[in-house]
Design a protein. Structure first.
Length: 290
């Protein structure tokens, strides 16, 4: 059991982690800080945190586990704010959707204390944000990717594995580079496409009429377009190189389908559709967990 969780960022992700730790009996006290005092106050009133901290540094004071749940663009500033109270025994994690930039920020800000930091990415979330949506079951049954580096302390890596496993997560380890390449493909690009599709439809004169006719397939395909714009702006800028690589690959495949449609090449079109259909039919989140 941990004595104190220092929670920096009392929103959906951080709040859900705090509630899950509490329910599992893994922490005695949660001290929280958010940039907005009203968010921190709301987190305390909802029982997500026990004590409001006036700064990120004071949220870390006395903590043996720290979770940084802020936008990826704010990660380096957060590391700088807390570095003077980071100890070699402390476990620090984040929940950012990109990892190479977070690791680089940790190298610059934490320096000799970087061994306490275990970069983490829970594959979980909702289209809604805010501490009022915090859910102790958010991480249960989900994958969590850890991307420790050569300087990460082995005891902290094991602690991180143990914590997330105790919350019901399937824990995987990857390099930061492999993580960012993979999630550009299966997460960041799908969001980019969903945003573009919605803008494409709503930008037309008859867009509203078209949307009124949309059914369950459109609803499922575009669900992620309702995601937090600020968060996804940061993710896409942070992982721009990998995302643009995946976008070019997607565009080539889209153009191949367009060419077959333009030429009326029904057999070739059906073959490519069949390849995609078969690949999707054979794919399963559960089957692909290791």
């Amino acid at each position: 059991m941990f004595e104190q969780l220092g929670l920096i960022g009392c929103g959906l992700m951080g709040g859900s982690f705090a509630l899950a730790l509490k329910r599992a009996g893994l922490v005695k006290r949660v001290v929280g800080y958010s940039k907005s005092p009203s968010t921190t106050e709301r987190a305390r009133s909802l029982g997500v945190i026990d004590v409001e901290a006036p700064s990120a540094l004071l949220a870390v004071s006395g903590a043996d586990i720290v979770l940084i749940a802020v936008p990826v663009s704010a990660t380096e500033a957060t590391f700088k704010a807390i570095k003077h109270l980071v100890t070699p025994q402390m476990l620090i994690m984040d929940v950012g959707s990109t990892k190479r930039d977070v690791v680089d920020a940790a190298r610059r800000a934490l320096r000799e204390q970087i061994g306490s930091f275990v970069p983490a990415h829970p594959i979980a979330g909702k289209e809604v944000s805010g501490v009022e949506h915090a859910d102790p079951d958010l991480y249960s049954g989900k994958q969590i990717i850890l991307t420790p580096i050569e300087r990460t302390h082995a005891p902290q890596v094991q602690q991180a594995i143990d914590v997330w496993s105790a919350l019901g997560c399937n824990v995987l380890k990857m390099t930061p580079e492999s993580h960012d390449a993979a999630f550009a493909s299966v997460s960041h690009l799908p969001h980019l496409i969903a945003f573009a599709l919605m803008n494409s439809i709503t930008g037309q004169n008859q867009g509203k009429d078209f949307l009124s006719l949309a059914g369950p397939g459109f609803r499922d395909f575009t669900r992620i377009a309702a995601s937090d714009p600020h968060m996804w702006r940061d993710i896409m800028i942070s992982n721009r190189e990998e995302l643009l690589t995946q976008s070019k690959l997607f565009q080539r495949n889209l153009q191949a389908l367009e060419l077959m449609i333009s030429n009326g090449n029904a057999d070739a079109l059906e073959e490519l559709i069949g390849q995609a259909s078969q690949a999707r039919a054979n794919w399963s989140m559960n089957k692909n967990r290791r």
